[in-house]
Design a protein around this ligand. Structure first.
Ligand SMILES: [Zn+2]
Length: 317
């Protein structure tokens, strides 16, 4: 079976088939293709009702300000990354969930806005976090009506979009000159993906419709005029992805094989320990740049072009 790559249109062979191993929303089989030209891993066909694969419990929304404070703490590394490149200004997050990062960005002094497809999350963002959140699953259309930003951030969002290319075009248009774009996503060149294949936690079919390699992301943003400021597969978020990947692999493999609740209650903590031990060993490899289960990239938009029309012009009158 062959499909045209949605990025470069090269004929791509079927890589493997998978199921929704993470959430078991359905028992359907999904076809994953690998583009021999650009390295994109993509699902085809993409389910037309993707929203149906996000259960109500997908977002665990805090109930109080204190819970929000605690839940945002693991996301502190994100604001530390942002502040290395820009200290203030208008910041947009696309796909913030309940807004752990938006909360920290607001506390750090940014003017924060958000675009989020989950209505409950938007309510929480508007009412508790105190950032303006627009509820939509069409960020491309929504962006057209927004004013430009100094920072736009997508933390583990781009892999969920059926058309990430149009989204990146629209996002780049809404960055101010010298503005910063931050994208983190799953890494199709990850060590863990090479070992676990279709059972890799971060394949997350069918919610992760496209796994975009670092090289391809760089190429796409360069075509828009952006320069790369930073690439890493060893940030705190990726290290958590690495550990989670091994732990869930052992637990999921077991829960799919056995249904006896007593047996599972004994096996779960044991498998959790095995996952952690394997993770410690694998981390020796996974913490090398390029090997981690995810990546974070920082791009900078070109500065405003200097109006050369006024330079060196000789008066003709
Ligand atoms: Zn391709």
């Amino acid at each position: 079976m062959k499909k045209a790559c949605p990025y470069c249109h090269t004929e791509s062979l079927l890589y493997f088939q998978s199921k929704d191993y993470n959430r078991s929303i359905s028992q359907e089989t999904f076809d994953h293709y690998s583009c021999p030209q650009c390295g994109l891993i993509f699902i085809a066909p993409i389910p037309s009702d993707l929203g149906a694969y996000y259960p109500d419990i997908y977002h665990v929304i805090p109930e109080t300000q204190e819970q929000l404070e605690a839940a945002s703490e693991p996301e502190r590394y994100k604001i530390e990354i942002v502040e290395q490149y820009i200290g203030k200004g208008r910041l947009l997050e696309i796909g913030p969930s309940y807004g752990g990062f938006t909360y920290l960005a607001k506390k750090a002094g940014f003017e924060v806005e958000a675009i989020e497809m989950n209505a409950q999350c938007c309510k929480f963002l508007n009412e508790v976090v105190g950032v303006k959140a627009i509820n939509t699953n069409d960020p491309v259309d929504t962006l057209q009506n927004l004013e430009p930003y100094d920072v736009i951030a997508l933390w583990h969002v781009i892999e969920h979009l059926p058309d990430p290319w149009s989204a990146l075009d629209a996002i780049y248009t809404k960055l101010k000159p010298s503005g910063v774009l931050i994208i983190s996503s799953v890494n199709p060149n990850a060590f863990q993906f090479r070992i676990l294949g279709r059972y890799w936690l971060h394949l997350d079919a069918p919610r992760h419709v496209m796994l975009i390699p670092i090289k391809l992301m760089t190429e796409k943003l360069a075509s828009l005029g952006a320069t790369v400021e930073m690439i890493t597969t060893a940030d705190a978020g990726t290290i958590a992805c690495n550990t989670g990947g091994w732990r869930f692999f052992f637990i999921h493999t077991c829960t799919q094989r056995y249904t006896n609740k007593t047996l599972l209650s004994i096996l779960r903590p044991l498998l959790n320990l095995i996952g952690k031990a394997v993770s410690r060993l694998a981390n020796l490899i996974e913490q090398s740049e390029g090997m981690g289960s995810a990546y974070t990239m920082v791009f900078r938009k070109a500065a405003e072009p200097i109006d050369s029309g006024h330079i060196g012009k000789v008066r003709s009158d």
